[in-house]
Each structure stands twice: as structure tokens, then as C-alpha cells.
Design a protein around this ligand. Sequence first.
Ligand SMILES: *[C@@H]1O[C@H](CO)[C@@H](O)[C@H](O)[C@H]1NC(C)=O
Ligand SMILES: *[C@@H]1O[C@H](CO)[C@@H](O)[C@H](O)[C@H]1NC(C)=O
Ligand SMILES: *[C@@H]1O[C@H](CO)[C@@H](O)[C@H](O)[C@H]1NC(C)=O
Ligand SMILES: [Zn+2]
Length: 468
Amino acid sequence: MRSSRLSLVAAVSAVLLATLAHVEAVGSCDPSTCIHPACLCPSLTPPKGMDPKTVPQFFTLTFDDAVQAPTVPVAGALMTPHTNPNGCPIKATWFAQTIYSDFALIQQWYASGNEIADHTMTHVGTPPAAEITGNRRSINAFSGIPFAKLNGFRAPFLNYSDGTFAILGQEKFLYDSSTNAVPTDAYWPYTLDHGLANDCWNGICDKPISIPGMWEIPMAAIMDSDLPTAIPHAMDVQLDASAEVVATWLRKNFDRHYNGNRSPFGIYLHPVHVGNATQLYNEFFAYARTFPDVWFVTNQQLLQWMQNPVPSSQLADQPYMKCTVPAVSKEICNGLDDAKLGSVDKGVIETCNFVAGPWSTCYGCPKAMPTPSDPVPERVVTPGQPGYRTPVPATCAMEWWDPISAQCLCTSSNCTFTDTAVPGAKNPGGSDTTGTGAPRRSAADNIAATWTGFGLAAAMAAGLSQLL
Ligand SMILES: *[C@@H]1O[C@H](CO)[C@@H](O)[C@H](O)[C@H]1NC(C)=O
Ligand SMILES: *[C@@H]1O[C@H](CO)[C@@H](O)[C@H](O)[C@H]1NC(C)=O
Ligand SMILES: *[C@@H]1O[C@H](CO)[C@@H](O)[C@H](O)[C@H]1NC(C)=O
Ligand SMILES: [Zn+2]
């Protein structure tokens, strides 16, 4: 599941470096009409003109594919040794698929403060809408995660098209993070009001993509040298050279971000490929954390900051960086060890057996495996029968919901929650009812009237002129 597209990027960048070095910045995003925080133009420098020295160095660690018994401990071994400057555990984003995942493990990953994002149901390139919306709906139904929190997307194989963006816009996703970036186009996250501005080598920046307010979080590649011929490495960089060499690349690239514009740094992994590289990454993460203003964040946390940027000295005070755990005194099926039994959801979880492998859930086994045509199949135990697990209502956060007694155990205003996001079109045969049904964007809303895209050359030149 690795992308070999990046060697092509290197070839294209080398040619453009030679020909475009003196071209002025062009591009269709005008900062006088694209007004922060609703809109933000692509830029190599931090938002609101902040001095890079004062902004946090964000570190986005992401995992892709199935969340299952063999892969969760791989992520755990990389995360548990480290804390953020505020003493909280470091956070990461998992781009999860339905197939081969365990819905209870998805729930537990989310309940411990990490992010779950959408990676399609069956892991397909340039996915049809049902693959994207179905994954969101099955995870909402069987892991209890509200639609409002399932709002990021990464294309399997990093294989996307302008059509993929149209679907994401229509389904009101908050962000995409499927695009590669090299130092010249590794922009801070930006909104897609004026189209894509990085990963332009495949012509995508000439497509009429305009999704007001939806963010793109470029995947900053690890470059293997400082030379113009450097090759970018996108995912699972540990596979591309010896441990010693990769360790050098990681530090050099991190230092370039930290001592430069501080645009978000990322490590993008498939847990199945981590293999013997746990120590390599742990040593590197520990190195990064020797700097006092380095924070490992989810993509959602990063975007919270983008919308209201504060100096690194104030980040610990932001509510979205806190790590308070809900105080629930009995063991309810919420992905947490509420009763401190040393085991999560002991005695309240159900195991469902399917040909592709068994998985667990707090929300009742379905009669069939979720698929794009029926992502939320009817439950074995139906409403009204003993043992029915009641889905999380849109007015309770999953952490406080007891699906067995159908009660929201949140009793103070501190934990009230309403899921405002939009589910995909309802599945007639299914039983998912969550969501308040706010209007979706129409296809027409996604294309601004005055759209002019970032052409390949324009976007590359914009990146270059800011660097040179
Ligand atoms: C992207 O996915 C589509 C649909 O699955 C496939 O036809 C195409 O070959 C893929 N492109 C690449 C570059 O892998
Ligand atoms: C993992 O093992 C391979 C083969 O033994 C070796 O080449 C590589 O350097 C090791 N990687 C790490 C990160 O230790
Ligand atoms: C609600 O939050 C406030 C402020 O953080 C705190 O002082 C109070 O104890 C909380 N109440 C409950 C019931 O958790
Ligand atoms: Zn994948």
C-alpha cells in the first residue's frame, strides 16, 4: 500500500527547479478576499503573519488501514513512551477502514483521545461515494463515534481524483490529507476554496475543485538529501534505507521544519510495515520532544489551532489540548476502563463472527458484515428485544452513553454534546438513526463562481518564490 508516485514528483521538481526559479508567485488565492479563519490561502509561512519562532512545531503521527488486535499494539508501542509538553499522552490520527477492523478497538482508540478518520470501507483507490460514506456510517454505528468527529479523509494508496474531493465536499468533511508535499509545496494546512495547490504534478491543480472551508493537510515528505535531486519518501520511510540512514533523514527533515517555517511535520505509517523500526521511531520521537515547543497532535487538533492560532506558550491552555478522562463510576461499554478493572469494557462487549474474521462492538452485532451497499445492517437483536444495544443518540457523547441501559450518564453541562454533522443518505434496510440531518452541500455549492485554479507551474512557482 505504498505509493511509488513520489519518485515522479522528484523528477518533475528537478525540471521545474531549473526552469521556474525566477518566476514570480502566481496563484488564484487572494488573501484580501480569502479571510481567515473561514478561508486560508496556501502558504509556507504560519497563519496570521506569526513569527515561526513563536508557533508550536506540530508533529502529526498517522496510521492507516485496519484497526485490529495485531496493529493497535504497534501504534501503542510508538506512542506510550512519549508525552506532550503539557504532560498528556501524545495523540495520533488513524485513517481506518471497515474491512478487517475491530469496531471496539476503533472505539477504544477514539475514547483515549485519539482521532479516527475515514479511509473507505474496503480500501479502494479513487473511491466511489458509498465507500467513503459507508465507512463513516459503519464506524458511527458500531464504534459509537459521532459523525461530527469523523470528519477527515485519506485516500487508500493516496489515489484520489477531483471526484474524490467533490464527494468530500458534499459530505461536509472537515479536511482531506491525501496529498504529497515536498519542501516547495509543503504548505501549512489551507482551505480548498481555490483548489488544490500541492501534489500538482499529476494535473490535479488544474481541476475545478473549490470547497469553501474544507482544509487540505499536505503530507510533508521526508527528503533523502539537501540536493535538487533529492527523492521524497512519503509513507513508511523505514523501509527505504538502513535504520542508520533513515535516522539521519528523519532528524535532518525535522530540523528543517523546526528551524525553518515550522510547517507541520509528519510521520505516516502502516502499522503492518513498522516491523523492527519501533526503536528507530521511538528514538526519533524522543529527539523531537527534547524541543520544548514540539506537540504531537491529531489532525483535528492541528486544525483547531489553524482556526485560532496561539503562540506555543499558550497551547497548553487550549481546551482541545487537555486530556481529562470522563469519570464514569460503573463499567459501561464506552471504550474506557471506567471501573478500573485493568481491562476495557470487561463483560459488556460483544463479539461478532464473520468470514473475514471476528470483531467486537458495544453496539450489537449486525446480521451481516457491513458493506458499501449496506454499511449498517440490521442488528441480530432488534429494538425491544432483551439485550438490545441502543445506538448513541445525537445528544450524548459516546464516552457517557451506556448502550445497555440506554442512558446518557453525563449530568453536568461540562459533558453535554450534540452531534451536528451530517450522516450520508439513510440506509433503508439499516438501523442507524444518528445525526440531525443538516443540509448537505450541493454539487453547485462546491464550485465557486470565479474559480481559477492553481496550475502546475503556477503552484510550483508560488512555492519556489517563497523559498528562494
Ligand atoms: C487509482 O484507482 C483507480 C480505481 O481503483 C485505478 O483504476 C487506478 O489505476 C489507480 N491509479 C493508481 C495510480 O494507482
Ligand atoms: C530491520 O531489519 C533489516 C533486516 O535485518 C535491517 O536491514 C534494517 O536496518 C532493520 N531496521 C531497523 C529500523 O532496525
Ligand atoms: C465542570 O467544569 C468546571 C470548570 O472546569 C469544574 O470546576 C467543575 O468541577 C466541573 N463539573 C463537573 C460536574 O465535572
Ligand atoms: Zn491504506
